[in-house]
Design a protein around this ligand. Structure first.
Ligand SMILES: Cc1ncc(COP(=O)(O)O)c(C=O)c1O
Length: 363
């Protein structure tokens, strides 16, 4: 009898990370993984280089300073934070903690594609609610909740759509949840959400016992390669998460860089200004080409290719690749007519818009 994984794991679709290599191009323009094109703060880089000298030691599990710096920046209670090697790991840990066999996790159909994988890994059943043209719909999510539901998981703002749910809508969803259902808000892109009706779900954590929020240093802080995420929730939950997590959830370098990055508010502002400018430009330019652009509160734009624009997503992707540019393509039916473009550097965005314009104008 051979060794066998849990049967449910055989039905997991591989979560394809964005490709980063193109044959014939030494340094392609990679717009496929929602990284920060401007890199991390120079102060964070300096702090990480310094901390490398301590690499032979296990990191002191002392995230106290990191927690207090984050707490000060966002007016949050450091005692309600837990850390991990990326928010991905924290989300997985959280779902594992609160959902299991015979129970269900509800998510929106086109949300972050790891969500059903977290559920299956925990032995729970993922239930996908319909959305409305890539926008979450609270009523459709609520319609999927029943006595088996233990977790509702939202990415707000969402990836890959870039859309968001207003604070009022998140609160309406929360009001519809029984007390024994945990609402997890994956707020990986929160810093980019500048619209006035977006509300940080960390505020809900102060008001309710069944809300927890995950955040990351991978996006606006440009530290995707260092792996650092945190979550904010009820004190007993974060204490439990810390107990059951890895012995050393945060490595020495990520810890040092994270502290310096939070403190470097000028760098964050520069990244946000750059992002806002290019999100507006790409949205305008691509819309002018007859493409459908989904309104983005993130560092990427999801783009639809309607038949009238004369080019399919597939052929556009191939053309972009042949010019050394890598948008994100998704092997899913709802995304077969779409590509996602992450904001790159000024030069990368200028080139991308030029190549797209020539290709679509020639259609
Ligand atoms: C919506 C969303 N959540 C979570 C993550 C995971 O981020 P990390 O594990 O790097 O913190 C990502 C990464 O792209 C994401 O898009």
């Amino acid at each position: 009898m051979p060794i066998l994984p849990k049967p449910v794991l055989q039905s997991i679709d591989y979560y394809m990370v964005g490709i980063s290599k193109l044959k014939g191009f030494e340094k392609p323009i990679k717009l496929s993984s929602n990284e920060s094109a401007l890199g991390m703060s120079p102060r964070a880089l300096e702090a990480s280089l310094q901390s490398l000298q301590q690499s032979h030691l296990y990191p002191e599990v002392d995230t106290e300073r990191l927690a207090s710096v984050i707490g000060e920046r966002y007016q949050l209670d450091p005692a309600r934070m837990a850390f991990g090697p990326g928010s991905d790991e924290l989300l997985q840990r959280l779902v594992n903690t609160f959902a299991g066999p015979g129970e269900a996790l509800v998510h929106s159909k086109n949300a972050y594609m790891q969500f059903p994988i977290y559920a299956k890994l925990a032995g729970a059943t993922p239930i996908a609610a319909d959305d409305v043209d890539m926008h979450y719909n609270v009523d459709l999510i609520v319609s999927k909740i029943n006595e088996l539901t233990r977790v509702v998981l939202l990415a707000n703002p969402d990836n890959p759509s870039g859309t968001y749910l207003s604070g009022a809508e998140v609160r309406r969803l929360h009001r519809a949840l029984p007390d024994n259902v945990l609402l997890i808000i994956d707020a990986a892109y929160e810093e980019y959400a500048l619209v006035s009706d977006y509300e940080s779900a960390t505020q809900l954590v102060h008001e309710f016992e069944n809300v927890i929020v995950t955040r990351t240093f991978s996006k606006v802080h440009g530290m995707a390669g260092l792996r650092l995420g945190w979550c904010y929730g009820p004190k007993w939950v974060v204490e439990l998460l810390t107990k059951i997590g890895p012995s050393f959830p945060v490595n020495t370098v990520a810890n040092a860089a994270g502290i310096a990055s939070i403190e470097d508010t000028e760098h964050t502002k520069m990244v946000l200004d750059h992002n806002q400018r290019w999100i507006a430009t790409v949205t305008r330019e691509f819309s002018n080409l007859g493409l459908k652009t989904y309104p983005s509160q993130t560092n990427f734009v999801l783009v639809g290719f309607p038949p009238e624009c004369g080019r399919s997503a597939e052929e556009t992707n191939l053309h972009m690749n042949s010019n050394g540019i890598i948008p994100r393509q998704f092997a899913l039916r709802d995304f077969s007519d779409k590509l996602r473009f992450t904001v790159g550097t000024d030069d990368e965005m200028t080139t991308t818009i030029e190549v797209m314009t020539q290709f679509l104008r020639a259609a």
